[in-house]
Ligand binder design. Structure first.
Ligand code: PLP
Length: 410
C-alpha cells in the first residue's frame, strides 16, 4: 500500500512540527505547571458533583444556558473577585471566558494585529506571546525592566521613536503583576505613568495578569484596567496558576465593542463547559482560602530553589528574590549559552527554559534561564539543581565550586 504524502499539501508558513511527547523529565523546571499536591481535589470533586446534579442537563446546549461568553456564575464570581482584589469595575457582561488565557492572547491578537504591525512589550517576556508575534509577522519592540518592572523612561523613548517613524504601536503588552519571567511587580506610580504615555500616544495597553493571585504578602497594586480612565486597557487572566492549568480556563475583561469582535472570531462554539461549571461552583466558596495556602507552599519551594542554587552554583547563579509567582529568572556566567545547555541538561534528566526564548534581545537572554519551581517536589528541586550544576560545569566550566567543593576544570 502506498502512503499518501501530505507534505506537498501542507499550508505554507506553518511553524516547525511539534516534538512528540514521551514523558516529563525527572527534574522539570520548564513550563508553567502547578503543584500537584496543592490541587484542591476534594472540593473540586464535590463542586463537580453538586453542579452536575443541579445543572447537568444544560450540557445539552452549546454555551449551557449562559450564551457564548461563558458560564454566567463563573463570570459573576470573576466580576466581584476582580473588583475586590484588583479594583476592576466590571460586570459579567464585560467578561469573555476563554480556553486558557492563551486563547485570550489569540483573540486579542486576532482582532488587532496584522502582518507588519508593531507592538511594544517588556524585553523579557512570555514565550507564548513572543512566538505568536513571530508567527503573525509582527515586530515586537522590547522595553528593558528593572526591579520595579518595565522602565517608563525607555517606554517613553520607544514611543517617541515610533512616532517619529510614523508608526502607531497596536498595543503595549505587559505582565505587570509578577512578571514572567522576571517576577517583578510594576509599581503603582509606573502604572500611572504607563497609562499617561499610552493615552498620549493613542496606544492601548494589553494587561496579562495571570500571576497576580500568587504574591507572597498578598498585596498588589490596582490593575492597569482599574486605573485607566479612558477605556484603553484590555485585561486578561487565568485559573491556570491559581487552581490548575489543565482545566484550560482563562478570561478577557473588555468593553462589549471589543468582546463582540472577539466572539465573532472565537471559533470553538464556547470553551469547555464542565471546567467552567466546576470553577463556577468551587470558586465562590473556596478560592479565597485555597489561594493563600497555595501561595505559602509555592513560597517555600522558591526558598528551596534559591538555597539549592546558592549551595550548588554559589556566585555563578545570580537572581533577584521574586515577590510571588512560580518562576526564578537566573543569570549564569557569560560563557554559558543556555540554548546549548538545554540538551545535555535534558540528557541528565533536567529540563530548563533557555533565556533567549523569553527575550526580545536574544544576546541578552543567552546566559539566562527560567526555572519553574511549582511542580517539582522539594527533594526534586534540590537534586535537579545539583544535576544541573554538574552539567553546567562539564559543558561550560562553571560553577567551578559545587556545594563548596572545588572541581577540576572541565
Ligand atoms: C504571561 C502568561 N500569559 C498567558 C499564559 C497562558 O496560560 P493559560 O493559557 O494556561 O491561561 C501564561 C502561561 O504560562 C503566561 O505565563
Amino acid at each position: 500500500m502506498t502512503v499518501l504524502d501530505f507534505a506537498p499539501l501542507l499550508a505554507p508558513g506553518l511553524p516547525a512540527p511539534a516534538a512528540k511527547w514521551t514523558s516529563f523529565p525527572k527534574y522539570n523546571f520548564t513550563g508553567g505547571h502547578n503543584d500537584g499536591e496543592q490541587v484542591p481535589l476534594d472540593a473540586i470533586v464535590k463542586a463537580a458533583n453538586d453542579v452536575l446534579i443541579r445543572e447537568g442537563r444544560t450540557l445539552a446546549t452549546y454555551g449551557l444556558e449562559s450564551g457564548p461568553q461563558g458560564y454566567r456564575p463563573l463570570r459573576e464570581f470573576l466580576a466581584q473577585k476582580l473588583k475586590r482584589t484588583a479594583g476592576i469595575v466590571c460586570t459579567a457582561d464585560d467578561i469573555l471566558i476563554t480556553s486558557g488565557s492563551l486563547q485570550a492572547l489569540d483573540l486579542v491578537n486576532g482582532i488587532l494585529l496584522s502582518r507588519g504591525d508593531t507592538i511594544i512589550t517588556e524585553a523579557e517576556t512570555y514565550q507564548g506571546a513572543l512566538n505568536r508575534w513571530t508567527r503573525l509577522g509582527v515586530t515586537a519592540v522590547g522595553i528593558p525592566l528593572d526591579g520595579d518592572g518595565m522602565r517608563m523612561d525607555a517606554l517613553a523613548a520607544a514611543l517617541d521613536v515610533l512616532k517619529r517613524r510614523g508608526v502607531r504601536a497596536k498595543y503595549i503588552y505587559t505582565v505587570p503583576t509578577v512578571q514572567n519571567p522576571t517576577g517583578t511587580i510594576l509599581s503603582e506610580a509606573r502604572r500611572a505613568e504607563m497609562l499617561k504615555l499610552a493615552e498620549q500616544h493613542g496606544v492601548p495597553i494589553f494587561e496579562d495578569d495571570c500571576y497576580s493571585d500568587l504574591i507572597w504578602d498578598g498585596r498588589r497594586p490596582p490593575a492597569l484596567h482599574a486605573m485607566c480612565k479612558h477605556g484603553g486597557v484590555i485585561h486578561i487572566g487565568s485559573f491556570s496558576k491559581s487552581i490548575a492549568p489543565a482545566l484550560r480556563v482563562g478570561y478577557i475583561v473588555a468593553d462589549w465593542s471589543l468582546i463582540s469582535r472577539m466572539l465573532a472570531i472565537k471559533s470553538d462554539a464556547g470553551s469547555g463547559a464542565l471546567e467552567q461549571m466546576v470553577l463556577g461552583e468551587f470558586c465562590p466558596a473556596h478560592f479565597d482560602t485555597h489561594v493563600p495556602e497555595l501561595t505559602r507552599g509555592l513560597h517555600k519551594k522558591l526558598e528551596t530553589l534559591m538555597d539549592a542554587l546558592n549551595e550548588q552554583f554559589g556566585t555563578a547563579a545570580e537572581f533577584e528574590d521574586p515577590k510571588g509567582g512560580i518562576f526564578l529568572w537566573v543569570k549564569l556566567p557569560d560563557q554559558v549559552d543556555t540554548l546549548k545547555l538545554y540538551q545535555p541538561a535534558l540528557a541528565a534528566g533536567v529540563a530548563v527554559n533557555p533565556g533567549p526564548e523569553w527575550t526580545t534581545d536574544k544576546a541578552y537572554g543567552k546566559s539566562r534561564t527560567r526555572l519553574c519551581f511549582a511542580n517539582p517536589s522539594h527533594e526534586a528541586i534540590r537534586a535537579g539543581v545539583a544535576a544541573l550544576a554538574e552539567v553546567c560545569r562539564r559543558e561550560f566550566g562553571v560553577p567551578d565550586r559545587i556545594a563548596n567543593v572545588q572541581r577540576a576544570r572541565a
